[in-house]
Design a protein around this ligand. Structure first.
Ligand SMILES: [Zn+2]
Length: 151
């Protein structure tokens, strides 16, 4: 199992907020800087940065765990709704994959801020982006692993 020496999420004993849930592959704990009360982080026990780095079986397991956590959080917090999000690459501040799950309330102030939208991107460039993504999604080698695990 890949562990990084200086990564907080690789070492469960360094999780200051305590462990809410764990099994052989994943663990969940309260976010130390919550958006709302009930903000949970769900992480793989093995060190991965991004969603596309993780083996499909682990990712499927993590998603099943997220369902369980959402259910418990909804029961405990009675929110108006909830948000699940994950920041990747340079925007993963920890460097270890973590899925945010947090309750949402009408008027809680959380939302999208900033971003450039498609400002400065021509219609032609936008078309190239979408056709490039669509073409990559058609590559058989990218699809095979997903299909294998669906059965
Ligand atoms: Zn780590």
């Amino acid at each position: 199992m890949r562990k990084h020496e200086n990564c907080i999420f690789c070492h469960r004993e360094k999780i200051a907020t305590g462990i809410l849930y764990e099994d052989d592959l994943v663990m969940a704990f309260p976010d130390i800087d919550p958006i709302n009360a009930g903000h949970i982080l769900l992480v793989p026990k093995e060190h991965f940065l991004d969603v596309d780095d993780m083996p499909d079986a682990l990712l499927a397991h993590l998603m099943r765990a997220s369902k369980r956590l959402v259910h418990a959080m909804k029961e405990a917090c009675r929110p108006d709704g909830y948000t699940i999000m994950q920041n990747g690459g340079a925007f993963n501040d920890i460097g270890h994959y973590h899925l945010h799950i947090f309750p949402r309330y009408d008027g809680d102030g959380f939302g999208y801020v900033g971003g450039k939208g498609t400002e400065g991107v021509s219609e032609e460039q936008l078309g190239e982006i979408w056709s490039g993504i669509a073409a990559l999604l058609q590559k058989e080698d990218d699809c095979e692993e997903m299909i294998e695990h669906e059965g």
